[in-house]
Design a protein around this ligand. Structure first.
Ligand code: ADP
Length: 444
């Protein structure tokens, strides 16, 4: 029998008893009132006892009772017990998390919705110079590097920001933020001093070797030219050898030039000016057309005349590389379209060809250094695999990005997206208003 059924049955039996006794004695009403009063007093007593038990936490063993009240006590007691077990488990997980983050070699800081510090591990105290008492303080007030504040504000945490440690400027940190939960963020700072040192050593090494190779190459090229001049064509072996040597030294010269340019793009300070991109593109196209049999292959479309803030050498190299690739990797008579246009967010230079295209799996890798796609071609295409790496670095210096879309066997489109914030107005030629002065200037 169910608990409710039992409860109703006992109430019903009591009523039956009162009715029988009341019927026999003629005191039905007083007896009924007495029964109702008794039930009421018993329920009030149970409620008071339950309230006291719950008020005291409901964790101790519940008082002895029967019927529906025993059932209520039992369920509440079970819920409380489960909750206690869950809490214990949770605090164990939190403890484990804290212990593991304490053991992390990286600094870890939990940030609240307003960038306030909620928790930090020991490494964070050491490398970020935070103190236990900084809990609740906003982190931008403690780590005041502008690039860090900008990074934190941006909300774009895909890449890490590189900073010196606030307590030791010999230490380089890669700081990264990971969002989780409701508005919580975990800030991780990794010591990348050794990595940066090695990267600098690699850059220096490449720069030095490339630089040192320049002089012997110039000497070799000079002698080869003299040999070519002296060649009277009587020995085909000599003619062929000189030609081969010249081709190889040219290749080596290109490699050294590209490596030096890459190093310069990676390491040199930015020196920007307002660049007339339409004029630059016109010039690049003209130079390329001059070297082609079919000059009409190159179609230049200037949908906008905007200028952008940038570095002429970097932009020239990027655009020339894209154009020469489009010409190299498409049939000799296939058109290549260069377009300069503006959208709501970007100013875009696109170079579109109808060439061999790139497989989707290769697209993310083509801008890596020395990455060349192995394709069986009817003619050998010269190249070293540094062109797109140069494009990528040149664009990085302009806060621009390279977007590649391609259909294997149909063609590719490489587009450089510059933020509209880079648009600049060229300085107007200031003509003197005084006619006498203007005459003076015209005369000279
Ligand atoms: P390189 O042209 O010297 O090999 P790049 O870095 O310029 O080096 O290009 C890397 C690779 O990307 C090339 O070897 C080529 O396979 C592929 N590639 C670049 N541009 C194009 C293009 N327009 N069409 C098809 N493949 C391309």
């Amino acid at each position: 029998m169910g608990i409710w059924q039992k409860e109703f049955t006992s109430v019903f039996l009591l009523f039956l008893l009162v009715s029988i006794v009341g019927g026999l004695t003629g005191l039905f009403l007083p007896l009924l009132l007495l029964l109702i009063l008794g039930i009421l007093i018993q329920q009030v007593f149970q409620i008071t006892r339950f309230e006291r038990w719950i008020r005291l936490g409901g964790r101790s063993q519940y008082p002895k009772t029967t019927g529906i009240w025993e059932e209520i006590y039992y369920h509440v007691y079970r819920i409380k017990k489960n909750e206690k077990r869950r809490k214990k488990k949770l605090s164990k997980v939190i403890d484990q998390f804290r212990q593991s983050t304490e053991a992390l070699p990286d600094a870890a800081v939990v940030l609240g919705a307003n960038d306030e510090i909620e928790w930090a591990n020991k490494t964070a105290l050491k490398v970020l110079g935070l103190k236990q008492s900084d809990k609740g303080q906003r982190i931008p007030n403690l780590i005041r590097f502008p690039e860090f504040i900008r990074y934190l504000k941006s909300g774009n945490y895909q890449e890490a920001v590189i900073l010196p440690s606030p307590v030791n400027n010999q230490m380089t940190l890669a700081v990264r933020v990971v969002s989780y939960g409701a508005g919580l963020r975990l800030l991780l700072a990794q010591d990348v001093t050794q990595l940066k040192k090695m990267e600098r050593m690699r850059k220096d090494f490449v720069a030095n070797v490339s630089h040192e190779l320049r002089t012997p190459l110039t000497v070799l090229k000079g002698y080869l030219e003299t040999l070519q001049d002296m060649d009277d064509g009587l020995s085909p072996l000599l003619t062929n050898s000189v030609q081969q040597m010249q081709a190889q030294t040219d290749r080596m010269q290109n490699l050294v030039d590209d490596l030096l340019l890459l190093t310069r793009l990676e390491t040199q300070q930015r020196k920007t000016q307002c660049i007339d991109v339409p004029a630059l593109l016109t010039q690049i196209c003209k130079e390329s057309r001059d070297m082609l049999d079919n000059a009409d292959r190159i179609v230049l479309v200037l949908d906008t005349q905007v200028h952008i803030v940038g570095e002429e050498l970097a932009l020239r190299s990027a655009f020339s590389n894209l154009l020469s690739n489009a010409l190299k990797y498409s049939p000799d008579n296939a058109p290549v379209k260069i377009r300069w246009y503006q959208t709501a967010e970007s100013v875009i230079l696109s170079v579109e060809d109808n060439g061999e295209g790139i497989a989707a799996a290769d697209i993310p890798r083509v801008s890596e250094r020395f990455y060349r796609i192995e394709v069986r071609r009817s003619k050998k295409v010269p190249g070293i695999g540094l062109g797109l790496a140069i494009v990528k670095h040149a664009l990085m210096r302009h806060d621009a990005r390279l977007v590649i879309t391609s259909d294997l066997g149909k063609g590719s489109c490489f587009s450089c997206h510059f933020p509209v914030a880079q648009i600049c107005t060229p300085k107007a030629n200031i003509m003197p208003t005084d006619p006498a002065l203007s005459l003076f200037l015209n005369d000279h």
